[in-house]
Design a protein around this ligand. Structure first.
Ligand code: MN
Length: 247
């Protein structure tokens, strides 16, 4: 880590807690994600949807949005608080919790599932919008550098979402070296769970491929849902997340 990175990370964290000797730079880079939710701790609350439930129709219908936000996301927040109330992780921020989680650990399984559910859905609502927006110049250049074209990126995201067996997510992530990559994770895992995810990075776009995200409108046709969702992606927000991640 060079001096510039050190200063940047210190400024974000406001503490030296992550700078213990021997700690991988990968961990520090993730901790520097400028996502407010990752520094939240204590009792978590369900954030309101940033728009009305009907504005993404016909691509995503109002009933799906209402149930998905109020019942599914609301349920993750409630169960996260219940699980944390009796856990040694209860005083840690969500970002610290993701770094501490370990694979196949029964003690933290409910925190992994519901903490992931809370973060993943909070990101998901933010990267959807009824208003058309464009990629920033910087983000578009990175997409072309790493995928050749926007179309190729979209094809890779759709393929990854179609191939995910069962429930999970598809992510566009920024690797510690600044490159973009596509990753799929099962259940409510995410690429910030460094001891769990196949590959770790900062997610800038996440697409929910659980059946609850599309079943009312598309039934078993996940491919049709994946085609539709690209009509309501908030590329300005995704671009902003990319630019924050690369600092
Ligand atoms: Mn969901």
């Amino acid at each position: 880590m060079n001096k510039r990175d050190f200063l940047k990370i210190s400024a974000v964290l406001g503490t030296g807690i992550f700078l213990a000797p021997g700690m991988a730079c990968k961990t520090i880079r993730q901790a520097a994600v400028k996502d407010k939710i990752l520094s939240e701790k204590g009792v978590f609350v369900l954030p309101p949807l940033p728009y009305a439930t009907n504005v993404l129709a016909p691509h995503i219908d109002a009933k799906t949005m209402e149930i998905h936000h109020d019942k599914h996301h609301g349920g993750y927040v409630k169960k996260l608080n219940e699980a944390l109330s009796i856990s040694p992780l209860k005083d840690k921020s969500l970002g610290e919790i993701f770094q501490a989680l370990k694979n196949n650990d029964k003690e933290t399984a409910a925190i992994r599932n519901n903490g992931g559910g809370h973060f993943n859905h909070s990101l998901f609502w933010s990267i959807l919008s009824p208003a058309k927006s464009e990629m920033s110049e910087k983000f578009k250049a990175a997409v072309i550098r790493d995928f050749q074209s926007t179309e190729a990126l979209i094809t890779q995201l759709k393929d990854s979402g179609t191939k995910r067996f069962g429930s999970g997510w598809v992510w566009l992530c920024v690797a510690p070296d600044g490159k973009l990559f596509v990753l799929s994770t099962p259940n409510q895992d995410n690429p910030l769970m460094m001891n769990i995810a196949e590959r770790t990075g900062t997610p800038v776009l996440g697409i929910d491929v659980w059946e609850h995200a599309y079943y009312l409108n598309y039934q078993n046709q996940r491919g049709k849902y994946l085609d539709a969702i690209f009509n309501v992606l908030n590329w300005a927000e995704i671009s902003g997340r990319y630019e924050s991640a690369i600092g």
